[in-house]
Design a protein around this ligand. Structure first.
Ligand SMILES: *[C@@H]1O[C@H](CO)[C@@H](O)[C@H](O)[C@H]1NC(C)=O
Ligand SMILES: *[C@@H]1O[C@H](CO)[C@@H](O)[C@H](O)[C@H]1NC(C)=O
Ligand SMILES: *[C@@H]1O[C@H](CO)[C@@H](O)[C@H](O)[C@H]1NC(C)=O
Length: 476
């Protein structure tokens, strides 16, 4: 370790290293040599080869680093690499790659080993299937009432069929009265809120929803959302990848941009009634506390409430999860929540080491959201392009229709994620079930699996396969 000290200095003070060596030390021309502040452009003497050109003597070959568990194993084994506590993580996998002297953002590299040292089985360039909401700019609500962050085709160009918004309302905060062209499906992530709407037939809807519940507002149906005393955070999923929360129809804007004479006629009110209307959007703003008794805000109309079968909320938090080998799954789709006629969703829990099995959705793209724990997925595009993505809480995932993927729990706590499809029922095709249901002569001829493996294939869909956290335990 002859130059460990020098290397440490390099790591700590990259600018000191950079200044004298890049760009190459200029040849001192007579004019530049005498000028205390050199001009913006250098001399034409610097063009091309000259015996006077100086090269750096600083070597990039003695970088100090450590490797993660599994990093030197065969690249095609492709185990998840945990760089959290690795000193100076490097783009090395098996016998491939090399060191990176920089410039780079080590914090990103530490968090995203999928990018720095992908499995050897990755190939070419797929769409980007991961967007951390942490990289979306927060839209801040008025007077501390909340915020929102969105994912759409602007940041994830391949996610064309669905977009999402993560929204926070502090206690009593409102997402103002509004509507939009897209259908809005929502999962409450934390806290509780009161939601309310009126449909095109004049039928009304009101409900209080809490963590784990879902709601749906059809296109064009105007609605409002107000946090109850405990505050709320919820996820919105829209059936249009180009949806933007900056382009919704807001009550405030409808009033601000209709002539006051028209408002006066419309509501049969004097012009002065509109003296104090907001002059622009409120979007997210503080409110007065909603009455505890929901009946106090339940407006009855001649048309009455929306019939129970077509109501806009489903108390999914109270639906118990179905246990599967490596975790659990529960589904909400039009079979139990008919109003959301084209939204089929599943909450999947994957135990440490376990994996949402390799599968694809035959009729829809999948928009997913990572709620707890950490995981990774490999997206395969036909015929041979593949990218592995690491996911953390707050990340959006996107897997186009019929594209193969799995979700592996790469952490030591349960992974909880939401999968949302545009479909009238939740469906997927399991690679395991397909091959387990195909005659073993056909599978054997194709994949050259040993007889013991062919006998082990299972025709039952697993959803989540159980597996030990340490790969070596499987091989033992
Ligand atoms: C498997 O075990 C070997 C020997 O104990 C170890 O070097 C290797 O890192 C382990 N691999 C994984 C992926 O845990
Ligand atoms: C909701 O937020 C509170 C406050 O941060 C936190 O303690 C709790 O774990 C959150 N619940 C969930 C389900 O994330
Ligand atoms: C609102 O009132 C209607 C009757 O007009 C009733 O059917 C419905 O259950 C009420 N909703 C709530 C949340 O109280």
């Amino acid at each position: 370790m002859k130059s460990t000290l020098a290397i440490c200095l390099l790591a700590a003070l990259p600018y000191i290293q950079a200044a004298p060596t890049f760009p190459r030390a200029p040849v001192v021309s007579k004019r530049q040599g005498t000028d205390p502040n050199p001009p913006l452009h250098g001399s034409k003497d610097l063009l091309g080869y000259s015996p006077n050109n100086k090269l750096t003597e600083q070597t990039t070959e003695d970088i100090v680093y450590t490797l993660a568990v599994g990093q030197k194993e065969d690249a095609d084994l492709g185990v998840y690499l945990d760089f959290t506590n690795v000193e100076n993580p490097q783009p090395i996998r098996g016998s491939k790659g090399g060191t990176d002297p920089g410039p780079r953002t080590t914090e990103f590299d530490r968090l995203n080993s999928d990018k720095l040292a992908p499995p050897g089985t990755d190939h070419g360039q797929t769409i980007n299937a991961n967007w951390p909401m942490s990289l979306s700019k927060a839209k801040l609500g008025l007077d501390g009432a909340g915020w929102s962050r969105q994912e759409n085709v602007v940041v994830m160009p391949g996610a064309t069929k669905m977009a999402g918004v993560d929204m926070r309302l502090e206690a009593h905060g409102y997402r103002e009265l509004h509507w939009h062209e897209a259908g809005e499906w929502s999962l409450v992530l934390n806290g509780s809120c009161r939601i309310q709407a009126v449909n095109e037939d004049g039928e009304t809807f009101i409900d209080d929803v809490t963590e784990g519940d879902v709601w749906f507002f059809p296109p064009g149906v105007p609605h409002s959302i107000q946090a109850l005393d405990v505050g709320v955070e919820f996820l919105l999923v829209f059936d249009d990848g180009s949806f933007s929360e900056d382009n919704t129809f807001l009550a405030s804007e409808i009033f601000a941009h209709n002539p006051k004479s028209v408002l006066s006629k419309n509501f049969d009110l004097p012009i002065s009634a509109f003296d104090n209307i907001p002059d622009g959007e409120l979007f997210i703003f503080p409110g007065t506390p909603a009455p505890t008794d929901i009946a106090a805000q339940n407006k009855s109309t001649a048309e009455g409430p929306i019939e129970r079968d077509l109501t806009y909320s489903y108390h999914f938090s109270e639906q118990p999860a179905h246990i599967v080998p490596g975790g659990s799954v529960k589904i909400v789709d039009p079979q139990n929540f008919p109003a959301a006629s084209n939204f089929a969703a599943a909450i999947v829990t994957v135990k440490p080491g376990a994996m949402r099995e390799i599968h694809w959705h035959p009729t829809s793209d999948e928009w997913s959201f990572f709620i707890r724990g950490q995981g990774r997925a490999t997206l395969i595009e036909a015929p041979s392009t593949a990218t592995t993505f690491d996911f953390h809480p707050g990340d959006v995932g996107y897997f186009p229709m019929s594209h193969s993927h799995y979700i592996e729990n790469t952490g030591d706590e349960d992974l909880v994620l939401l999968e949302v499809l545009q479909a009238d029922h939740f469906s997927d095709i399991s690679l395991g079930q397909w091959l387990g249901s195909t005659d073993k002569q056909i599978v054997g001829d194709t994949l050259k699996l040993p007889e013991s493996a062919l006998n082990h294939l299972n025709s039952e869909k697993q959803f989540v396969v159980a597996a030990p956290t340490n790969l070596n335990d499987t091989q033992a």
